[in-house]
Ligand binder design. Structure first.
Ligand code: NAP
Length: 316
């Protein structure tokens, strides 16, 4: 913090604007606090903004579009007095009673309690060509980029729900969709696997990895190299779109070790609570949950964090 610039002071600041952050804000707003949400400069709303139909969020039997669900959560949080700043927290100082948050815009925030609800980001394949063709064929978001691959061959990598969902969605655009998965069994739920298997446009390449992505300056990605995990044999298939859906990494690096994290980066919390290793700092959502990672579980954790933060603020 510069000596001339006073930090903006708050009772409670929520970092992140996914289901966990907005739910925490709704509860804290209704409890009479005016929570500040630092929502992220580029991707407010979190990952659901990049999802299509959400069919399993209770209360929406017909399903709801991810961006609409997040808009409604934001609206509900604002209705109860939440204030939103579209900025990124770049580092923190949790050493004192007042917690300090430094942001990308240069504004510093001071809070008695902080809820970390920053979610997670896409895991990368780490193969040659992935970085080179990022945004020119390689994508981590089918709903954002699927449209660009109309009548073109598409490859989806992964065996979880995201890969199934993306393959299904991309089959509307691509001339073909090939789902490449490193094992013979899927991690995805039965209903999602069956939906993909029943889709005539989706082909499966199992026990195979994408070991390289090839292309050129003019066309972007044009093909991927597949490696058979049992024989080690390689071959090349055409792919103008390569959608990587191999899971998430918790967004906790900006904390710089200020709270205790597990080896995979998820924030450790005390039992079923949201209390981190630092009194007054709470965690909710995918950044504190390597297992469930659902919109509804994140929302539930956001509620817990709000209640824990309230108890802390009133000195219970
Ligand atoms: P996930 O369940 O962790 O699945 C990741 C997949 O990627 C796994 O099949 C994994 O293979 C594979 N993988 C990981 N690292 C890899 C690597 N380096 N190279 C190749 N493959 C790799 O992640 P997710 O599919 O993103 O789902 C995350 C959570 O969100 C889950 O809880 C899921 O249920 C939920 N979700 C739900 C919906 C829905 O219900 N509509 C939609 C999307 C996501 P292995 O199986 O071999 O480990």
């Amino acid at each position: 913090m510069s000596e001339t610039q006073e930090a903006s002071k708050h009772d409670v600041v929520i970092i992140g604007s996914g289901p966990a952050g907005y739910t925490a804000a709704i509860y804290l707003g209704r409890a009479g606090y005016r929570p500040l949400i630092i929502a992220g400069a580029l991707t407010p709303g979190g990952q659901l903004v990049n999802t299509s139909e959400v069919e399993n969020f209770p209360g929406f039997p017909e399903g709801i579009l991810g961006p609409e669900l997040m808009d409604r959560m934001r609206e509900q949080a604002e209705k109860f007095g939440a204030v939103i700043e579209y900025d990124d927290v770049t580092s923190v100082d949790f050493s004192g009673d007042d917690k300090i948050l430094h942001t990308d815009s240069g504004t510093d925030y001071q809070a008695k309690a902080v809820i970390v609800a920053t979610g997670s980001q896409h895991r990368k394949l780490g193969v040659p060509g992935e970085e080179e063709f990022a945004g020119r064929g390689v994508s981590y978001c089918a709903t954002c980029d699927g449209f660009f691959f109309r009548n073109k061959p598409i490859v989806v990598v992964g065996g979880g729900d995201s890969a199934m969902e993306e393959a299904d969605f991309l089959s509307r655009f691509g001339s073909s969709v090939t789902l490449v998965h490193r094992r013979g069994e899927f991690r995805a739920s039965k209903i999602m696997v069956e939906r993909a298997q029943e889709n005539p446009k989706i082909r499966f390449e199992l026990n195979a990895t994408v070991s390289a992505i090839h292309g050129d300056d003019q066309s972007g990605a044009t093909e991927v190299e597949l490696t058979d995990v049992t024989t080690g044999e390689t071959r090349v298939i055409p792919a103008n779109g390569v959608f990587v859906a191999i899971g998430q990494i918790p967004q906790t690096e900006f904390l710089g070790g200020a709270v205790k994290t597990a080896a995979d980066g998820t924030i450790e919390v005390d039992g079923a609570s949201s209390r981190t290793s630092v009194p007054g700092v709470f965690a909710a959502g995918d950044n504190a949950d390597a297992v469930y990672q659902q919109a509804i579980t994140a929302a539930g954790m956001g509620c817990r964090a709000a209640l824990d933060a309230q108890a802390y603020l009133i000195g219970e």
